[in-house]
Design a protein around this ligand. Sequence first.
Ligand code: AMP
Ligand code: ZN
Length: 483
Amino acid sequence: MELTLFNSLTRRAEPFTPVHEGEARVYTCGPTVYNYPHIGNMRAYVFADVLGRTLSYKGYKLTHVINITDVGHLTDDADDGEDKMERMAAAQKQSIWDIAEHYKQAYWADVRALNIRQPAQWTVATDYVPQMIAFAEGIAAKHCYELDSGLYFDVSTVADYGRLARAQTDDGEGRIEAVEGKRNAADFAIWRKTPPGEKRQMEWDSPWGKGAPGWHLECSVMSGAVLGFPFDIHTGGIDHREIHHPNEIAQNQAHCCTNGLDDAANSGAKVWMHNNFLVERSGKMSKSSGEFLRLQLLIDKGYHPLAYRLLCLQAHYRSELEFSWEGLGAALTRLKRLVMAVERLKNAAKDSAKSDGGTTWTEKWLETFDLAIADDLNTSTALVTAEQLIDHKKIPAADRIRALEDFDSVLGLDLLNLTRADLRIRPKSAEITEAEIEATLAARKEARAAKDFARSDALRDELAAKGVEVMDGDPLGWEWKLG
Ligand code: AMP
Ligand code: ZN
């Protein structure tokens, strides 16, 4: 089945046609490492991961790049306000480098926990500053002007600025013009000068004086440097469709034209893809709220991180997804059911051990799965297909497992390795250890076998007092759960 992907540039689903035959080159806007990512941010990387896995599944040689922004991202995407990294470093009384390292590691921990595959390359912005200066020098004469505060990109110098956002160049949306001397409200800094008499922790010499690169410049430079213009797909969250990506496109256009790729519509990447937001009503996703929703909070409350991945896969990446604890609980139950079904399937495969060598039955399931995933990554239908296949008793268990392995290479739920025990995460607040629970349950089993029901009940009460609910006869096969 031909892979079709929704291109935000054209607002249409289009067949994927790679720039380089047999290859897929993808750039994903990565995190600004000034704080922990919230689970909404992680939805953007789960989406990019599913995209990458799908491209691999469809046989393309994938080169995926994700950047780490450790400089230059201001508190306002339209290039106003303070540098997010500098502000956090000052608040925590640490160096920017330490802040960047700490939050980069925290982000990578979430990436691993969500079974997001490692990209071919993580590009770190501060490693590319000389290339950023060279890029800016290349487009400065034709497309930029200098103010006291920095070098600005004049958006009126490129054709059709803002076509990605469907925005007007004259900025009918009323973006605040905070910098005196800007020619157009949408103009943005590609180099920010250090104010006279100040010293920044991160600053570099440039033809425009000491300073730091603008955030939009970073992504243009890193994507072009590693993947080459034009490359195939650029991804990010839907908010980037409004400012960050239109600005990247304007720079790419300027750069490509100057460098002989003389096509006014050249956007750097052929396809721009955006995931919609994870939303939450109480505002806990805001990083400024005390206990915001980060993956570790979910784990601390006893939810396996892959339940969150499943929650993401249940929705289409282009629709908004509302987070709730009930929804996460339901996703965990669904994951448990899947894991138990796979365990049964594995046992059945051991018993029969016979495959009928890739029956047409299996082929049909692979086709159904392919149809879903090739249709702009319809993961919710793909999931149902996986569940139906597991239950399809007519197909030999070994063949079902083989097909499931294929499916999971896209879904990334680790279905063939996860065990029920893995899914049982002890909430941080619980004081009893798993070993203690298991030992007490074993003693209770012995008591029941010896028909000593008084002792059995006492042990059950003992566990209840420590917050452990014993689940005799649970249809999901769980022996206990922490309240
Ligand atoms: P940032 O670190 O702020 O640059 O954000 C990292 C990624 O998360 C970007 O691709 C954002 O567009 C995306 N993002 C931010 N908030 C959400 C959200 N609530 N749901 C989904 N994606 C988000
Ligand atoms: Zn970016």
